[in-house]
Write a protein that binds this ligand. Structure first.
Ligand code: MUC
Ligand code: MG
Length: 382
């Protein structure tokens, strides 16, 4: 019979560097490749699980890099967990939280691997382990961030035609705010009334710039404004949320349930961007979602531009959220030229579709992993 009890035997972390299909320009960096930390967990009964920790642009986006995440896993978290019960995810997370501060990306990747392995042992998908899916497919927007307005419009038209995406997020905050607004207005005009356009400022503006620019973005018909001011400037975020009709979404300002509670008390945002990496796992993402739901705040399924493993792990958590009013941005795998899984996620009819396969429902392609891993031993002589 299926059993959940077995011991953790090994936890391995592997950094993988994957090229992107085009440059991806954000306020703080421009990406040409993504570096994923892949976690592989093995249990005493032979069952295995995978997880992923990914950030954007080394230390440009957040305070955890692929290299620091690998160090946290190899030096601190793996030794702590080896010999522990792989079936008790809450106990494993509590142990890590007791002995290791921060490191939410590493903890998220390990929790994902534990849930994947547990799902394999029990023959259940991860969303079932989280209490059950309220949806097994979810809308996915696309981020237009080529750095060129005309190219962005062409890209959006092609993706709508292919029924891949019909909501678009524009990354702004780099350079002149008036030029940013003109870029957004141009794209909104070109795509028309029916297409929802959102913007992500990634903390780039001060409050007065945000006031001026959001007024113009609202005029241009933008539907959602993400993290216009610095993460810590919550009072400014709250004033902007009160001042404008266009919903304001907190991203960098919110990690887990404690932030959600404070932001809700301060009425600092209309929508919260959930990310398994920020929350330190799928379970803590659901706790964050529960606070939002209790406060009547909308939810959005965010990404740190993970590959297939991290994106599918996120989708399992978002499937179990009480609501997902603003859809998701789980397009990370589509931004990568290649990935390290045997079958890439199922994106069609504007949505990402989850399966009922056990665990995450993804398998590592060993050849691709061997090819893209950073520490690959090159045997060929130049
Ligand atoms: C972010 O700040 O939301 C999400 C989509 C994208 O293009 O970048 C990320 C990060
Ligand atoms: Mg964001």
């Amino acid at each position: 019979p299926a059993t959940s009890s077995t011991t953790i035997e090994s936890i391995e972390s592997i950094i993988v560097d994957l090229p992107t299909i085009r440059a991806h320009q954000l306020a703080m960096t421009t990406l040409h490749r993504q570096s994923l930390v892949i976690v592989r967990l093995r249990c005493a009964d032979g069952s295995t699980g995978v997880g992923e920790a990914t950030s954007i642009g080394g230390l440009a986006y957040g305070d955890q890099s692929p290299e620091s995440t690998q160090l946290a896993i190899d030096t601190y978290l793996a030794p702590l967990l080896i010999g522990q019960d792989a079936g008790n995810v809450n106990a494993a997370m509590a142990l890590m939280n007791r002995h290791v501060q921060g490191q939410s990306y590493a903890k998220s990747a390990i929790e994902t691997a534990l849930l994947d392995a547990l799902g394999h042992r029990l023959g259940q998908p991860v969303h079932a382990l989280l209490g059950g899916a309220l949806r097994t497919s979810m809308p996915v927007l696309w981020t237009l961030a080529s750095g060129d307005s005309a190219r962005d419009v062409d890209e959006a038209l092609g993706l709508m035609e292919a029924r891949r995406h019909r909501v678009f997020k524009l990354k702004i905050g780099k350079g002149d705010p008036a030029a940013n607004v003109a870029h957004v207005a141009h794209i909104k005009r070109a795509l028309g009334d029916e297409v929802l356009i959102t913007v992500d400022v990634n903390q780039a503006w001060d409050e007065t710039t945000a006031q001026r620019s959001i007024a113009a973005l609202e005029q241009a018909g933008v539907g959602l404004v993400e993290q216009p001011v610095a993460r810590r400037h919550r009072a400014a975020l709250a004033r902007l949320a009160a001042r404008f009709d266009v919903p304001i979404m907190a991203d960098e300002s919110i990690n887990g349930p404690e932030d959600a509670l404070e932001l809700a008390q301060e009425a600092a945002a209309d929508v919260f961007a959930l990310k398994i990496s920020k929350a330190g796992g799928l379970l803590n993402t659901l706790r964050t979602a529960a606070v939002a739901e209790a406060a009547g705040i909308g939810l959005y399924g965010g990404t740190l531009l993970e590959g297939s493993i991290g994106s599918i792990a996120s989708a399992h958590a978002f499937a179990a959220c009480p609501q997902l009013r603003w859809g998701t941005e789980l397009f990370g795998p589509l931004l990568l030229k290649d990935d390290i899984v045997t079958a890439r996620p199922d994106f069609r009819d504007f949505e990402l579709h989850l399966t009922q396969a056990p665990g995450l429902g993804v398998s590592v392609d060993e050849d691709k992993l061997a090819f893209y891993r950073r520490d690959r031993q090159r045997t060929a002589v130049a």
